[in-house]
Design a protein around this ligand. Structure first.
Ligand SMILES: Nc1ncnc2c1ncn2[C@@H]1O[C@H](COP(=O)(O)OP(=O)(O)O)[C@@H](O)[C@H]1O
Ligand SMILES: [Mg+2]
Length: 215
């Protein structure tokens, strides 16, 4: 599902990724750890096609990313990929239900279906009583769970997450992990960055990003 070969990326003199290899298959959950500033977010942006790289090859769902058009990439992202970012990136003028339903709207799912799917995803995140709250009416942890519901609602084949449990208490973190693991069990490939070593037990593979490579 995700295959990166000898990926290099630098910012000026700073080599952030240096001949990095990664292979994540369908149904695999891969955790990446490493100290702050080592390039974890950069790696996720490169792997998800959001950022460019200087050398190497990247394949997502058997398509080489270099050779596909902007339009094809957008379609791949919209149809098959999910993202949970460190910052939640919710739309402030939309309530929880509308934020979560939005990716389904882009995929032309009918109003009734996207509404019930969004409600279901929010209920799984323990937010059944916050469906009509706007982001500013929610705590940081609640906003994070709305963002998780939004990433999971399309059941993406590939999911990228950057510290998805960073702001959460134990109970909320468990809801998030349950959602992510159910996606994995359905055959999706997951790459997650975390500082929380207690989550390593869920991983099929785990690497530390060091000196621009995964070790
Ligand atoms: N757009 C950018 N321009 C220049 N340097 C950057 C940029 N983005 C990140 N960096 C640098 O690249 C390194 C890796 O950053 P990042 O991927 O955010 O690390 P992490 O997520 O592991 O904390 C840091 O030293 C950071 O300052
Ligand atoms: Mg980061």
């Amino acid at each position: 599902m995700i295959r990166a070969e000898k990926i290099c990326k630098s910012y000026g003199d700073l080599n952030v990724l240096d001949n990095l290899d990664l292979h994540v298959k369908s149904g695999q959950f891969c955790i990446i750890t490493g100290p702050s500033g080592t390039g974890k977010s950069t790696l996720l942006n490169v792997l998800s096609g959001l950022d460019t790289f200087d050398a190497g090859r990247l394949y997502l769902m058997d398509k080489e990313i270099k050779n596909i058009s902007h339009k094809e990439m957008s379609l791949l992202r919209r149809k098959h990929m999910g993202f949970i970012f460190q910052s939640y990136n919710l739309i402030s003028s939309k309530n929880s239900m509308e934020n979560v339903a939005l990716p389904l709207k882009y995929n032309r799912v009918k109003y009734f279906h996207r509404r019930s799917a969004a409600i279901n995803a929010l209920e799984k995140m323990g937010l059944g009583d916050k469906l009509y709250h706007y982001p500013h009416q929610l705590s940081g942890g609640q906003q994070q769970r709305v963002a998780v519901a939004r990433a999971l609602v399309t059941r993406p084949r590939i999911l990228f997450c950057d510290e998805p449990t960073g702001n959460l208490d134990k109970e909320s973190a468990e809801m998030v992990m349950k959602g992510i693991l159910s996606l994995r069990d359905g055959g999706s490939a997951i790459v997650m960055i975390t500082h929380d070593n207690s989550l390593l037990k869920y991983a099929d593979c785990n690497y530390m990003l060091k000196d621009g490579r995964l070790q």
